[in-house]
Write a protein that binds this ligand. Structure first.
Ligand code: ZN
Length: 75
C-alpha cells in the first residue's frame, strides 16, 4: 500500500470545517477541489485540469467563506 496525496489530511474551512471548495475561471465555470496538508489544491475528480482557474480564491461549499488556501485550518 502506498501513501497517496489523497490520503493526506485535508485542510478545512475556518468557518464550517468542511474540506471542499470551488474554484472559478474567467468564464465563471467552477470545479470542486480539496486542499491537502501541503496546501496543494487538488480536483476532487482526478483528471480535471486546474488550468485557467483562479486558485487564489477558494469558495467554500458549506458556507459563504471564501479566501486563500493558506487561510484554511487543520481541524
Ligand atoms: Zn465553510
Amino acid at each position: 500500500m502506498s501513501t497517496t496525496k489523497s490520503s493526506m489530511k485535508k485542510k478545512l474551512c475556518p468557518q464550517c470545517k468542511i474540506g471542499r471548495f470551488r474554484v472559478l475561471n474567467a468564464n465563471g465555470d467552477a470545479i470542486v477541489v480539496e486542499v491537502n496538508e501541503l496546501f496543494e489544491i487538488v480536483p476532487v475528480n482526478s483528471g480535471q485540469s486546474l488550468e485557467g482557474y483562479n486558485l487564489d480564491v477558494l469558495h467554500c461549499l458549506g458556507c459563504s467563506w471564501k479566501g486563500m488556501a493558506k487561510k484554511l485550518v487543520k481541524h
